[in-house]
Design a protein around this ligand. Structure first.
Ligand code: APR
Ligand code: PHB
Length: 394
């Protein structure tokens, strides 16, 4: 088989890249180790920044998102028993975010790929990338007992944190920065109306909590839990009970509980790989960086990598220019580090860290109070939350 771009991984990054390349007439094959159903069963955050919304429109998959997605103009921060609103729209000169689940977005991208008759290999085993430091990279894999080889011009490593692309780079060519947090998020999805029409981020003496949503009838809640907790040990009743204890009185009164559709514990990690280009192989999305979920930057950073990468590849094929390819890593990393910084900082502000005493809680409270009452402070949160602009310079 031969293609121009071999994309490894059919998560949001790989699918979105495939769609943008197809629109530009560039041939790509996606190779994914899981089944399509498995990819769709993963529950992830669902807050889209404007740049991400624009990109989905550009890819031609924005129709259902605009119909079903919910526009959010603010968020609430709850500390010291009181809720305070950050008016993102006013503070950023009109910017907003969209609530639209990553599962729905992935489904839209998968449907568009099928409709355009684009080639995706699901259930590929033993995927390996070869010769990406030469002009003739290759991808090999096995499926249903047969071996396959794809010759290509470029490899896009969109294969997530546990993927094969980053792992195939010689250790001396790569620097990895990592921080693992000493707690996890226990998430619960339920078909119950959200407790509030905007998201509530909660700093409580019992730990962080988040009231999020997928639609007007589907809620997503999270609790900070110790890493030693097992999801099987958390009954729905225990979850709702603990959430109530972290809410304010009004939210407690409004909370509608119900049976969970999904419950899981996710660890929190900050991770960045430098660089993101190795000859003719590029890393994009979770393959190159992970953020803790506080602030929901993961999908948005992935989408902007894909924007820069598709731009670079289109420039290569249409203008015969390598300038976008050469700038790819630096361009992405500039934005990634700002997203990483915000996610790390917001995590620190809102969580209770084990082994930290009462003085740290007082520092957090004072900082929150400062941020809420300072226009500059509130604007800093709002600007980062709605997403920093794309920069094509440098
Ligand atoms: N071969 C083929 N496919 C692979 C391999 C492999 N060796 N390893 C992993 N994959 C596939 C995974 O099965 C997965 O479907 O690559 C895909 C990577 O998808 P994601 O992990 O969703 O990563 P990405 O597409 O970059 O999406 C980023 O996901 O976790 C969120 O915060 C993140 O929202 C952001 C988004
Ligand atoms: C989610 O809805 O899953 C979500 C929302 C906001 C976050 C993290 C997760 O900051």
């Amino acid at each position: 088989m031969r293609t121009q771009v071999a994309i490894i991984g059919a998560g949001p990054s790989g699918l979105l890249l495939g769609q943008l390349l197809a629109k530009a007439g560039i041939h790509a094959i996606i190779v994914e180790r899981q089944t399509g159903d498995h990819v769709l069963s993963r529950i992830r955050a669902g807050i889209l920044e404007q740049v991400c919304i624009d990109l989905l429109d550009e890819a031609g998959v924005g129709e259902r998102m605009h119909k079903e997605g919910l526009i959010h103009r603010g968020i609430e921060l709850l500390y010291n028993g009181k809720r305070n609103r950050i008016d993102m729209e006013t503070l950023t000169g009109g910017k907003k975010v969209m609530v639209y689940g990553q599962t729905e977005l992935t489904k839209d991208l998968m449907d568009a790929r099928v409709a355009a008759d684009l080639h995706t290999v699901y259930g590929a085993h033993g995927v390996a990338v070869h010769d990406f430091d030469s002009a003739k990279p290759r991808v090999t894999y096995e499926k249903d007992g047969k071996s396959y080889e794809i010759d290509c011009d470029f490899i896009a490593g969109c294969d997530g944190f546990h993927g094969v692309c980053r792992a195939s780079v010689p250790r001396r060519s790569i620097t990895e920065y990592e921080k693992v947090y000493p707690f996890g998020w226990l998430g619960l999805l339920s078909d119950t109306p959200p407790v509030h029409d905007e998201l509530i981020y909660i700093n409580s003496p019992r730990g962080f909590a988040l009231c999020s949503q997928r639609s007007k009838t589907r809620s997503r809640y999270y609790l900070q839990v110790p890493l030693t907790d097992k999801v099987e040990e958390w009954t729905d009743e225990a979850f709702w009970q603990e959430l109530r204890l972290r809410l304010d009185e009004k939210a407690r009164d409004h909370l509608v509980t119900g049976q969970s559709i999904e419950k899981s514990i996710a660890p929190l990690r900050s991770f960045v790989t430098e660089p993101l280009r190795f000859g003719r192989m590029f890393l994009a999305g979770d393959a190159g960086h992970i953020v803790p979920p506080t602030g929901a930057k993961g999908l948005n950073l992935a989408a902007t990598d894909v924007k820069y990468l598709s731009h670079a590849l289109i420039e290569y094929y249409t203008d015969k220019s390598e300038s976008g390819i050469n700038a790819y890593s630096e361009r992405c990393l500039k934005r990634i580090w700002k997203g990483e910084r915000f996610s790390w900082w917001f995590t620190h502000l809102m969580h209770r860290f084990p082994n930290e005493g009462t003085i740290e809680a007082k520092f957090q409270e004072a900082e929150l109070d400062y941020l809420i009452h300072s226009e500059a402070g509130s604007r800093m949160i709002a600007e980062n939350y709605v997403g920093l602009p794309l920069e094509f310079g440098g």
